[in-house]
Design a protein around this ligand. Sequence first.
Ligand SMILES: [Cu+2]
Length: 387
Amino acid sequence: MLITGRTLRSLPVLAVAALLSVQLLAPYATAQETGRTVSVGTGEPGYAVNLFGPGEVTVNAGATVTFENPWFEPHTVTFYGDTEPLAPSDPTAPVPTNPGEVVEYDGTSFLNSGFLFEDPFQVTFPDEGEFPFVCIIHPGMAGTITVVAADEDVPSQAELDAEAEAIFAQALDGLKTTAGALAAQPISEQANADGTSTWSTAVVGGLFGPSDVQQFFPASIDVGVGDTVVWESTVPTPHTVTFPAGPPPFPEDMMDPLAEETFLAASGPNDAFGGSGFVHSGVIGLDWPAGQSYEVTFTAPGTYQYICLLHADQAMVGVVNVSADDDDAEAQATPTAPATPAPGPAPTGNAGLDGSGGGNMVGMLAVGALVLLTGIAAVAARRRTAR
Ligand SMILES: [Cu+2]
């Protein structure tokens, strides 16, 4: 599963790191003489690039390749050798085959980094040949280590880094264009017989190749009391729509990431939220058991932040503004005041999390996420000490 105790417990730390990462993230490490370093994905707040940087790497026989993950999205580096490929949800995916070892790879066995976070994964290639590898959990994220004789010329680390930079820049461009298109989609209002409205469809996440837009669209939704918002995910990436605001107690199992049954499932059908309690979609998306959509009815005025429990550390945070007076909500349905974020200086027209036009928003959302996650961590900590 993609949900690990490590991920959930370290969310507040990661949220702080996310705040700092824009300036401090150093994606590449310096390589040894013959060794080479490959970046396992990268990202920015709101975007996860799920590609190896670079994927095609030629090294000399005897070289050690170091795989490093500079972003918060989990990945694996997996050499299948002669074994069969695994599904992304396979329970083997997060488990390293050789924890803490620098492995000499023979080209035939199953070699898996497990979920790669802070610690690099290192593999030595004694023999010439071609050694394909993948990330199990991101189909399409693949590469090949080509090993040539020790005295042949191979690309330098600087050349590999330049290649990685180009690959990542192209993917981020594509992700931002995708986000711009999603942000431009109107959310429309349907009047219900009882005078309330149903707003659909708020979008959960997006894809560009194997890479993910980790955002909700529109980032901010204005509705009236009694209105319902419908969220939908059409991507295979697991996401949640989670309102963790309000006083504890949250359901105990919800704080135990190993209680997958509870975590994966919605907190209830036809959920209502008025600023307290724990309202949670479960894991939604293509081929996830909780389905692809989720709806919440808002019962009290207020400004409610919600998160994707899996990607809040990548700033996947949204806001629903519920006003007592319905007039504000009506305004966004008119063509002159679209519900989508106003075009900012960003060329994509996405005023979200691209870092050029939405600097303040990134900060605001990250701080919001931090507050929410600190609350979650406090409950989790209390629960652990109560054991
Ligand atoms: Cu998510």
